[in-house]
Design a protein around this ligand. Structure first.
Ligand code: NAP
Length: 249
């Protein structure tokens, strides 16, 4: 399927590894020019080279902390008028809320709520003017079904989700869509770091698909949300979790 986004410019935040990398690959395969970002320059360069070699797409590397003001400025300097924005950053650490001080809450809010809002603020009016924009926020299945130990994530991402629900409806008439993509358990470094074999086996029992997700299939779902054809699909929280969430809707 031709996604109709060849030649469009896409910023994909936090994309040297995992879900962001999957999104960058899929958008590049669809013909987009992709700005990739991560803090570690070496890993970012390796991913960028792989995307170039596999897809032939133009890939621009911006090694910077997306949760910092200078980091966001560097990414926006590389692509001041993107057609597609994929918001992503590392997730906050798990723990007990009694141990979290104000600095930890501020870091979670900065990375997982305020950074996406800042990047949307800087880019959405250009999308409105050009009558094309696709924004995807990588959040978490925990927004729908909270994981107690991930309270920092539940809180910060919940705030972003509420904000997006209002904004998406303000921009929909201009062919600018904003959706959140909610990963369940995907086989990425984050999952590998947070789970030992016993924890993985226990988690798998709760996933009807019987496996962890592949970042490549997450990327393809993101690319579809960014496609020309998906212009009527907006203001949604799209769960991609192998049917782990047990509700009817
Ligand atoms: P991952 O495999 O650890 O990859 C994270 C990527 O983000 C790396 O490229 C990392 O590179 C980059 N990154 C992290 N912090 C950054 C920052 N401040 N600025 C720029 N780049 C940054 O993680 P993942 O599994 O893909 O997870 C991505 C997001 O989805 C996280 O927020 C996570 O909480 C959420 N999520 C994941 C799952 C899952 O099953 N994997 C489930 C639910 C939610 P550098 O370290 O070099 O910066």
């Amino acid at each position: 399927m031709d996604l109709g986004i060849a030649g469009k410019t896409a910023i994909v935040c936090a994309s040297s590894k995992g879900l962001g990398r999957g999104c960058a690959f899929s958008l590049a395969r669809a013909g987009a020019r992709v700005i990739v970002n991560a803090r570690g320059a070496e890993g970012l360069h390796a991913t960028a080279e792989e995307i170039r070699a596999t897809t032939g797409a133009e890939v621009i590397e911006v090694a910077a902390d997306i949760a910092s003001e200078p980091g966001r400025a560097a990414v926006l300097a590389a692509a001041p008028s993107p057609d597609i924005l994929v918001n992503n950053a590392g997730g906050p650490p798990p723990g007990d809320f009694r141990d979290w001080d104000r600095a930890m809450w501020n870091a979670a809010l900065e990375a997982n709520m305020l950074t996406p809002i800042d990047l949307i603020k800087a880019t959405v009016d250009g999308m409105i003017e050009r009558r094309f924009g696709r924004i995807v926020n990588i959040t978490s299945s925990a927004v729908k079904s909270p994981i107690a130990a991930l309270g920092l994530s539940n809180g910060a991402r919940g705030g972003l989700t509420g904000f997006i629900a209002g904004l998406a409806r303000q921009v929909a008439a201009h062919n600018v869509t904003i959706n959140n993509l909610l990963p369940g358990a995907f086989e990425t470094d984050r999952l590998r770091e947070h789970m030992d074999e016993a924890a993985k086996a226990a988690r798998l029992k709760g996933i009807p698909a019987g496996r962890f997700g592949d970042p490549a299939e997450f990327g393809d779902c993101c690319a579809y949300l960014c496609s020309a054809q998906a212009g009527y699909l907006t203001a949604q929280n799209v769960l991609i979790d192998g049917a782990a969430y047990p509700g009817t809707m």
